[in-house]
Design a protein around this ligand. Sequence first.
Ligand code: BES
Ligand code: MN
Ligand code: MN
Length: 467
Amino acid sequence: MAHYPEVTMPTFAECADRERMRFQDELFDFLRIPSISTLPDHQPDIARAADYAKQQLAQAGLESVEIIQGSGHPLVYGEWLGAAGKPTILFYGHYDVQPVDPIDEWISPPFEPTVRDGQVYARGASDDKGQVLANIKALEALRQAHGQLPVNVKFLIEGEEEVGGEAVSDFVASNPARLAADAALVSDTAMYLPETPTICTGLRGLVYTEWIAKGTAHDLHSGLYGGVAPNAVFGLVEMLASCKDASGRVLIPGFYDDVEVPSEAERLSWDRIPFDEDAYRRDEVGAATLTGEPGYSVFERVGSRPTFEVHGISGGFTGPGAKTVIPAAAAAKVSARLVPSQDPLAILRIMQDFAAENAPPGIEIDVQLIHRAPATLAATDHPMIRTASDALRDTWGRETVFIRSGGSIPVVGDFQEHLGIPTVLMGYGLPDDALHAPNEKFSLRNFHMGIASTGRFLELLGERAAG
Ligand code: BES
Ligand code: MN
Ligand code: MN
């Protein structure tokens, strides 16, 4: 019998390792595209980013890769369904990014990815290009190692997550068969601490609105009419101030009616997670004191309690110098973060009723919906969450921590509602990644460990499922 030199296929880890630098270069190329979804001038960049994502999916070996042009910014979709009898994972990510202002505060330009101290600085580095690319690269390395994937994969990437766009929601609602899967996997959240593998079990929902106040028929001289004419800016401020008390409790009747209390087990698990409130206040929040409802921990206030916030107010005179005017109109952007089982449209309605009934004399306030998303909560004992948590533990060498996050990812609610599947929120960001802020960054170690974690998750899923 002839002897042949032993030829072994490289493992997934070896493939990922061999391609490290190329994977990183391709991440930087993705980060150079200024795909800001909210600014119309960046429409061509949105198209370029969608093309780049499409090319990446194809390079990873996905099939039927296409750009889907619907109502808004394009969706990108690809799939690989060659693992007969194995589960199907629906991946999701977003290629759009937030605006860069205040631009003066960036140490290096937001669309020139720059590495400092093992972190790549660029808008979208962590939210979400670095994370979605880690997942694509996991697929690419798995394909290189095995010539195929251990499970079936569908991959959906959208371009208007940061603006609450409806395109992805419409697509999910009208294509349940095409998107059918056993679970979704989203890497668009953060780890609790560096080197601490984390699964996010809950996201808050959101109802984002604009409050438009009208007082007099036109602006008036504040000397001639001050004392008799209703002031729209002041009326709006009074209205907003009456929505929440000084301790942070929302005063809109019915606001808390449907709020679910987290289980005893979940609260106990939060108590076991080490947390330095003072360091958090100083280093992450950067404030002299934390605010919020008395009697609730920080975890509860950002994870399992709803909020009412004002994002900006406009109206009247704000230019240099002085102008004595009673403004006739004012507007504010206002949102509430929601928790299970609050219904975004029900909360919108009680806001509208409250504004209609309680606006100050002479002021009319109209509350208009901009976008909405429900809160989501995953069961930690779901088999998919278990496998993901095992894969993270294997990769990082530490037990996985389960937390809820205060942020929102609207599509997770659509996956639950229209596809009936849970979402595994396995994020590789860090708490100091500066999402939506100047000097956003992503840890390159987390990029590579993210690739390894997602690869391990799919391998474990494939092993555990009867083939
Ligand atoms: N990736 C974030 C949400 C996030 C970040 C969740 C960190 C958990 C941890 C996402 O891109 C985001 O910013 N979402 C918006 C949604 C809104 C525009 C509909 C949000 O939460 O404000
Ligand atoms: Mn995101
Ligand atoms: Mn974001």
